[in-house]
Unconditional design. Sequence first.
Length: 454
Amino acid sequence: MSFPKKFVWGAASAAYQVEGAVHEDGRGASVWDMFCRKGGAIWNGQSGAVACDHYHRHQSDVKLMQGIGLQAYRFSVSWPRVLPEGTGKVNARGLAFYDKLVDELLAANITPWVTLFHWDLPYALYCRGGWLNPDSSDWFADYTRVVVAKLSDRVQHWITLNEPQVFISLGYQEGRHAPGDKLALKELLRIGHNALLAHGKAVQVIRKHAKLRPQIGYAPFAVLSYPATERAADVRAARQDMFTIIAKHCWNNTWWMDPVFKGRYPEDGLKLFGKDVPSYTDRDMETISQPVDFFGVNLYTGNQVRAGKGGKPERVPPPVGHDLTAFRWPVTPEIMYWGAKFFWERYRRPIVVTENGMSNIDWVSLDGRVHDPQRVDYTRRHLLGLERAIKSGVNVSAYFHWSIMDNFEWADGYKERFGLIYVDYRNQGRILKDSAYWYKQVIATNGKHLHEEP
């Protein structure tokens, strides 16, 4: 078998995308509640107010996960559900939801993996400056302490932040995600530094207060490149493309990864960003680079790169009619091998694929089932690439499919369907898609089923 004996097969979700119940049991508002009130911000004026109603249906949802054979479920905790004002008084009823969810998962022999921040900043903290406030990393540490105190007697796997590049770029530069701001680079980098400090302080809190020996990781978005051929020059060019900062925005790897795994900002970023880089201290970098146990990475699509003039990276335009998901993202399964390989070579941390999946055009067929052969094919191709990476010596310990069920896809509302489970939003009905049954066989055979034609 090419997948390790203890390889973990899971699926993932995020609180605002699935929970609903935004006004129940003392939950406070998040920036996403605010953003969804903004005219034209969300497709068809939709919101996550109900979403998949996972808050009320988590027991039956866990049974569906058990039926698929999931070994782990990655979910996020809603900061404003636990601390309605972001700091101060704890909302016991909100915290109790996660307490019950963890118990149900463990009873179903599914390991809980908790993400502490998946973009739902409390609105009350946004009104105090949000991530621009120098106290924001301490707010996050205090919130982390509350969650760890409640769950760490049963939860061992923790992820601090999900995709800082995305929530900062789309939320604070482009204005397409909550909170909908359009800030200059100087403010973006300040937010980024505060978020990285929040990660480091959360790691310190978990290490100090966890009741079970924790496994802690961080899940940035991966900006991926893969070589046009396996010639050494193209491989070098693709690697260089992945780890070079070339523009004054947040869409890169090293600004968000080098501080965590190497304890410093990359020199090319410091030079390019210049006077916009926030002031920081050696102590800041020591905090940010607290040792972590795994490198969580979200892999979806990438750029093909070849060696151009003088060996410099040159991105290859996709061919006419190239494969696209329903979200219009190019299908590039090569990223699973090359992305895992390049990240392993640079950072030498065990890799967990914390997200990988695709939006598909899914509906209920006349036979009552949801047939999604494209998702099966997409996932199979990517997992075969991951298998190749493992065979080549890359340490990969887990894979989480995004997502466990169709859900509120942020600014795209309910238009995009990423799930293994189909959700009928009219009545909250659930149907396991063909991909869920296929994934069940992959899990049961620890990957051997990948080599059988669907």
